[in-house]
Structures are given as structure tokens and as C-alpha cells.
Design a protein around this ligand. Structure first.
Ligand SMILES: C/C(=C\CNc1ncnc2c1ncn2[C@@H]1O[C@H](COP(=O)(O)O)[C@@H](O)[C@H]1O)CO
Length: 255
């Protein structure tokens, strides 16, 4: 039983799944991604995965339908844990604003930290601010600077949207989630699944060690080609990042 406070139930943790809101005893034990991927749920695979495929399809439909009319857009990635007063959040706000002023919508993961800062910069500059959230084991909700928000259950559906509706990726300092997004993008450019797609790293100092390892070890070992080093560009200069994105767009138009 749930006790009431002044005739209202006490605040309860909640989770959103598409149009559905779940609270209290109705809170699910895991996430949709976990049920699909974790072998602990193998027992359900025979009975439930065929239905899951329809849910996955409906997420694609929702994403395609909502995002098809976006203006040219740039996806911005970075740590969910950065504090609002950190250098990377300051950079993300400036970047969001500069992209909006250049006419680009800004797409982020819709979460806190660098994502929120980029959304804030874009919204404050009068641009379109998009958040593609993901269901997590704890309720989080989209940050308040998001104008168009979609909450995805499936990581891989969401990742398709980041790429399909953006002309470029800008990657600020972050952890595993950010690295995953970075390396997926450069793999897709390397294998020519997407063309003329700038991938810009911002935070020269932060990314320095990784880039040194890529040059000193990956390249030396022959795991990548010298030309692959050009798949990423590194700068701390917001204006330069925007120029790289614009130039790639111009080249695409005249191709
Ligand atoms: C850790 C906390 C909240 C996590 N919330 C997220 N919401 C939306 N998107 C997220 C979240 N966490 C990771 N992502 C995605 O990965 C990138 C950041 O991951 P990192 O490991 O923090 O670098 C980001 O670009 C998102 O797309 C509680 O504060």
C-alpha cells in the first residue's frame, strides 16, 4: 500500500517506455536493451523476441518520422558526468551556440553534462535543440534545453538516428559512451558507409594521449592506414569546427 501525503501519493521513482509511464510496483526490473541482449533472459527469447522486433521497428518509425524534417544538423557527444562549470561544458555551450548561429540543429543524447551544455548553447542562441535519450536503469529524463526529444529503448536504433540526421559529429571529452560514439562514426566513414562526414574532436589536451597511441601503436602496427589518421580532426577552436563542417557541406553540394 502507498501512504498519501496531503491527499497525494509521495514522489515515486518512475520510468518512461514510449507512451507508457511506470511507477512503484510497476517499475520494470531491467531495460529493454538488457532483455534483448543479456543471455540471462535467454528463456524469453523464443517467446518474446519476435514481438520485440515489432517494438524495435516502431522505434525506427518514430525516429524517422520525427527527424526527417530537421534542418542540417550536427551531433555533439561528450561526458554525462561533466559539471556545468567545467571547461568542457563551457566549450559545449559555445559550440552549441555557434552551430545554431550557423543554421545547424544540435543533436545530443539528451542527458546531463556535456549533452545538456550543448543543448543549452543551441537553445539560447535560438537554434533547434534535439535530445535522443536512452532508457537507463534509473529514470533520468531529457535535459530541460531539449526542444525535440525522443526516448529510445534500444541503443542501436538511437545510434542510427545520431548518424543519419547529422552532417558531422563533434566529440568532446567523455568516457566509454563517448568513445563508443566516436569509434562507430570513424568506422562508418572508414568503410565508406557515410562520406564527407567530418568527425571533430574538441579538447586537444584530453584527446592527446589517445591520438598518440593511435599514431604510435595502431598505425605503426599496420592496424590502420596513414590516410585513416585524416578521418578525425582535432581543434579547440569553435569557429574552426564550424568552418570544417560548413566546408564539408559545401563540398557535398557541389559533388
Ligand atoms: C551517468 C549519468 C547519466 C547518464 N545519462 C545519459 N543520458 C543520455 N545519454 C547518455 C547518458 N550516458 C551516456 N550517454 C551517451 O554516451 C555519451 C556519454 O557517455 P560517457 O560515458 O559519459 O562519455 C553521450 O554522448 C550519450 O550519447 C548520471 O549523471
Amino acid at each position: 500500500m502507498t501512504e498519501s501525503t496531503n491527499g497525494r501519493p509521495p514522489a515515486a521513482p518512475q520510468r518512461h517506455r514510449g507512451a507508457v509511464t511506470l511507477r512503484r510496483d510497476a517499475l520494470p526490473k531491467g531495460t529493454a536493451d538488457e532483455k534483448l541482449l543479456d543471455s540471462e533472459h535467454r528463456g524469453e527469447w523464443k517467446t518474446k523476441d519476435a514481438w520485440r522486433a515489432l517494438r524495435i521497428l516502431s522505434e525506427f518509425v518514430e525516429g524517422f518520422d520525427t527527424l526527417a524534417d530537421l534542418p542540417p544538423a550536427v551531433s555533439v557527444f561528450g561526458s554525462a558526468r561533466s559539471k556545468p562549470d567545467s571547461a568542457e561544458c563551457e566549450l559545449a555551450r559555445n559550440l552549441g551556440a555557434a552551430l545554431a548561429e550557423a543554421g545547424y540543429a544540435v543533436i545530443t543524447g539528451g542527458g546531463p553534462g556535456v549533452m545538456e551544455a550543448a543543448n543549452q548553447g543551441a537553445t539560447e542562441a535560438g537554434g533547434m535543440s534535439v535530445g535522443l535519450g536512452i532508457e537507463l536503469p534509473f529514470e533520468q529524463g531529457l535535459n530541460d534545453w531539449v526542444d525535440i526529444g525522443i526516448d529510445f529503448r534500444y541503443f542501436f536504433v538511437r545510434k542510427t538516428m545520431f548518424l543519419k540526421y547529422a552532417q558531422a559529429f563533434v566529440v568532446l571529452p567523455g568516457g566509454f559512451g563517448t568513445l563508443d560514439e566516436l569509434f562507430e562514426a570513424i568506422t562508418l566513414v572508414q568503410t565508406k558507409k557515410v562520406t564527407r562526414f567530418p568527425v571533430i574532436l574538441m579538447g586537444v589536451d584530453y584527446w592527446g594521449g589517445l591520438l598518440d597511441w593511435i599514431k604510435g601503436r595502431m598505425l605503426d602496427d599496420g592496424k590502420i592506414s596513414p590516410a585513416d589518421l585524416d578521418l578525425m580532426q582535432v581543434t579547440d577552436d569553435v569557429a574552426e569546427a564550424v568552418r570544417i563542417i560548413k566546408d564539408a557541406g559545401t563540398a557535398q553540394e557541389s559533388a
